[in-house]
Each structure stands twice: as structure tokens, then as C-alpha cells.
Design a protein around this ligand. Structure first.
Ligand SMILES: Nc1ncnc2c1ncn2[C@@H]1O[C@H](COP(=O)(O)OP(=O)(O)OP(=O)(O)O)[C@@H](O)[C@H]1O
Ligand SMILES: [Mg+2]
Length: 235
């Protein structure tokens, strides 16, 4: 059984069917890119995997456990092994240091050292005492990534991790994601940036209208001349 295994996932909001019959598997060591036009359900799928929402039908099995059906308390336990970086990063009204160390549970190293390493990784060393709400959009996005990395998640969910960044900063974030994904972590990343998808992903899942419209290795997906232009930017 795969590390993350999703079967027959359906989700509606009111009358609107948002996700239909989604099947997906991800192994540790993989970076799976989720691509598709705006509104195709990428964020919704990530939220279901992150156990923030429950599916109407179908299952999310994480490391052999049917987590989508667990009671709240047990779900929280599973969530501690995951981290999600949201499309719109939210900062708490606190310093950068407090924002990054939020949620830190494991204390092998001192907290300070971990915060330092995480900030260094995202290129924001020295920002510890800054008020997080005064940061630029791109800086907030990097802090959100640092906050996720510090938890050393086994499943890292990234929703447009470089959407607010200039190309150079985006490239450095790509490198961080690449370095971080290793044998210990599975990564699922929603992106509109096809270059990022090609650079980082081992596998790609294409969503359209809430359904899986394609899947495969990036080189196969992009050689099929699929009508991807509606979901992409090639910068
Ligand atoms: N809580 C909600 N209530 C009602 N509709 C919702 C809710 N969340 C998402 N939707 C709808 O579900 C659809 C899929 O949204 P979602 O955010 O998953 O798309 P997306 O693929 O992430 O798009 P984008 O590329 O713009 O980020 C959209 O039509 C959206 O309006
Ligand atoms: Mg989205």
C-alpha cells in the first residue's frame, strides 16, 4: 500500500460538485504536482488530504490508516505528521520567530536553533524579531514555508508555494523543496507554474472540473500536447 492512498474521493459544496472520483497515490520521496485550471479543485483536494475537510465519499489512507474516517482527536494526531503551506499565507500577530516556531513539537535541537535553520533555509535569517504582519507577500510565503519545514513533516502539502515570488526567489524555494523532499517526506504541490512542475515533480496529476484528467511523469504529460495552456504560466 502506498504511503498516501486516495480512493473514490467526492466532495460537494451545496449543489456544486467540486471533486469527483479522485484516485491518487503518493510515496515518500516523491514530489507530486497537482496542476489544472483555476477552480479545478486543487486547493480543495489539498484541504481534504490535510484533513481540514471531510470527503462526502471515498477514503484517504495515510500510512496504512483510514484517516478520513477518524474522529477529530485521532485526525489531529495524523495531522501532526503533515504540514500545509496555504495559497494565501496567514501570519499571526506576532514576531517572525513566533510565527515560525508555532506548532513545533519535537525538541531535539533547541527551538532557537531550529528557527534559525528554517529561516536560513528560506533566506530570511535575521528576520526573527520582525513583526510578521509587516512582511511583504513573498516574505510571508517564505515564512509560511519555514513554519512547515520546521515540523519535519512526512507529508508536505504546498499550495502555490512560489506564487508571490520573483523568479530568483522562486528558484531558491524550488531548491529548498527539492532538498527537503527525500526518503522521509512525500510532497504534493499545487502549481500553475509549469516550469516549476517540470523542474520538481516526479509525477503530475492534472485536475479538470474536479476530475483527474491526466496523470503521469512530467515528460509524458507535457509531450501529450494536452490543452494545458489554460492552467499554466511558463515563466
Ligand atoms: N468552502 C467553499 N464553499 C463553496 N465553494 C467552494 C468552497 N471552496 C472552494 N469552492 C469552490 O470549489 C471550486 C474549486 O476551488 P479550489 O479552490 O479547490 O480550486 P483551485 O483548483 O485551487 O483553483 P486556483 O487555481 O484558483 O487556486 C471553485 O469553484 C470554488 O469556488
Ligand atoms: Mg487553489
Amino acid at each position: 500500500m502506498a504511503f498516501l492512498e486516495i480512493k473514490g474521493l467526492n466532495k460537494s459544496y451545496g449543489q456544486a460538485k467540486i471533486l469527483e472520483e479522485i484516485d491518487l497515490t503518493v510515496e515518500k520521496g516523491e514530489i507530486m504536482a497537482l496542476i489544472g485550471p483555476t477552480g479545478s479543485g486543487k486547493t480543495t483536494l489539498l484541504r481534504l488530504i490535510d484533513l481540514l475537510e471531510q470527503p462526502d465519499e471515498g477514503s484517504v489512507v495515510f500510512d496504512g490508516v483510514l484517516v478520513s474516517a477518524l474522529p477529530e482527536k485521532e485526525r489531529q494526531k495524523a495531522r501532526r505528521r503533515m504540514a500545509m503551506v496555504f495559497q494565501k499565507p496567514v501570519m499571526f500577530k506576532a514576531s517572525v520567530r513566533e510565527n515560525v516556531s508555532y506548532g513545533l513539537k519535537i525538541r531535539g535541537k533547541s527551538e532557537e536553533e531550529k528557527v534559525r535553520d528554517a529561516l536560513e533555509a528560506v533566506g530570511l535569517l535575521g528576520y526573527e524579531t520582525r513583526d510578521a504582519n509587516t512582511l511583504s507577500g513573498g516574505e510571508m510565503q517564505r515564512i509560511a514555508l519555514a513554519r512547515a519545514l520546521i515540523l519535519e513533516p512526512e507529508l508536505l502539502l504546498l499550495d502555490e508555494p512560489t506564487a508571490n515570488l520573483d523568479p530568483k526567489s522562486a528558484a531558491s524555494i524550488d531548491q529548498i523543496i527539492r532538498d527537503f523532499s527525500g526518503q522521509k517526506t512525500a510532497v504534493i504541490m499545487a502549481t500553475h507554474n509549469m516550469q516549476q512542475c517540470k523542474r520538481l515533480a516526479n509525477r503530475v496529476t492534472v485536475l479538470k472540473g474536479g476530475r483527474v484528467a491526466g496523470r503521469g511523469r512530467p515528460e509524458d504529460i507535457f509531450s501529450q500536447k494536452m490543452p494545458l495552456s489554460s492552467c499554466t504560466s511558463f515563466d
